[in-house]
Design a protein around this ligand. Structure first.
Ligand code: GTP
Ligand code: MG
Ligand code: ZN
Length: 346
């Protein structure tokens, strides 16, 4: 192959060509900034719903005005509850141009094990359980450890309290559920029994939800969307009702009715996010010590065992085992801790 040297003329031609191309890209930038000028002025908003690539933004300036938006590609994935800066394209659509710092964020494992945010700027996480579908083992403790670790306030709701004295197939034993609830109240957690059928305790629930942003988490079918609808029904709220699904008759399980994470403004104050059953926040990134800290009533005993590397299973001088003996903490909760750490790869 002969080495070909570029003639001066060829070099000149290439240079001119490059200059023309960079002129062209300058032109493109001009066009782009002209397009930006066509957008409305920058304003603040909050993400109230999230569907795949599109998001509904509610204007902070004009509450109640909801605009379907897409986001600039340089922004990270946005979630319900995010505070953003957006510009209108027209009456119905817009573009999100900036994300404001998140006060808090809820994370859960994505399909490839990476953590993905699901909602932002939450104060309170309401864990909803019910007699049917019966709670999975350790479910409450798994949620509590995650919530404590995120620095959020947990509340435990036992919904469908109207079913506590009836017989429904596959129902959890009412007495065992009552004992469970009492245990968490004894630890110091706020617990509330509610019913969408009899409206039991909906008044105290609205008080717990006021002046803050809360999210409902819990198994499919426990009545998260139903509770939201009962509260929205308390006034002529402009918010659309949440979809409610029947339990599958075969197994008394929920049918994953809610598919988008949506924020509602409650008539008595406060924002509430309905989610498609956040079943797991992801605990495996916590080591055993961090999981133990998530059991808040264990904290006074941590670091007081005779052996520094005490597993709290059978060692002599274990402060936690002594606390169980003395009836100060529950053996069930320590068992739950063992379950959680045995599930984590740590
Ligand atoms: N008896 C009784 N049934 C209830 C109560 N609350 C909800 N239900 C019923 O439980 C079923 C499931 O309710 P949903 O509100 O769709 O449950 P969800 O937790 O939002 O479920 P997903 O959206 O699938 O996560 C529906 O048939 C409701 O009518 C209650 O307090 N008492
Ligand atoms: Mg739902
Ligand atoms: Zn110990």
């Amino acid at each position: 192959m002969t080495k070909r040297r570029l003639s001066k003329q060829q070099l000149r031609r290439i240079r001119t060509h490059q200059e023309q191309r960079s002129d062209a890209s300058n032109d493109e930038r001009l066009v782009d900034s002209e397009q930006t000028d066509e957008l409305g002025s920058e304003q603040e908003g909050i993400v109230v719903c999230h569907y795949g690539r599109q998001l509904d933004i509610e204007s902070t300036e004009k509450p109640g005005l909801v605009v379907r938006c897409h986001q600039r590609s340089n922004l990270p994935p946005l979630v319900t509850g995010d505070h953003v800066v957006w510009q209108a394209e027209n009456e119905h659509s817009g573009v999100i141009v900036a994300l404001k710092p998140r006060r808090t964020e809820l994370l859960r494992p994505g399909s490839r094990g990476q953590l993905r945010p699901v909602a932002a700027n939450i104060d309170t996480v309401m864990i909803v359980i019910a007699p049917v579908p019966r709670p999975h083992a350790n479910l409450i403790d798994r949620y509590l450890v995650a919530i404590e670790h995120l620095g959020l306030q947990p509340v435990l709701l036992l919904n469908k309290a109207d079913l506590m004295d009836t017989q429904v197939p596959d129902q959890a034993d009412p007495e065992a559920l009552q004992a469970l609830i009492r245990q968490y109240a004894g630890i110091g957690y706020t617990v509330l029994e509610t019913s969408c059928e009899t409206d039991l305790n909906l008044e105290p629930l609205t008080v717990l939800l006021r002046n803050r942003t809360s999210i409902f988490v819990g198994q499919s079918g426990v009545g998260k969307s139903s509770l939201i609808n009962r509260m929205l029904a308390r006034s002529d709220s402009a918010d659309k009702a949440a979809a409610v699904g029947a339990l599958s008759t075969a197994r008394g399980k929920g049918t994953h009715t809610t598919t988008a994470t949506r924020l509602y403004h409650l008539p008595d104050g406060g924002d509430l996010i309905d989610s498609p059953g956040i079943r797991e926040f992801g605990l495996w990134q916590l080591d055993a010590g961090e999981v133990l800290e998530g059991f808040i009533e264990f904290r006074p005993y941590i670091g007081r065992c005779r052996f520094r590397d005490c597993s709290h299973r059978h060692e002599p001088g274990c402060a936690l085992q002594a606390a169980i003996e003395a009836g100060e903490v529950s053996a069930d909760r320590l068992d739950s801790y063992f379950h959680i750490i045995s599930d984590s790869p740590d």
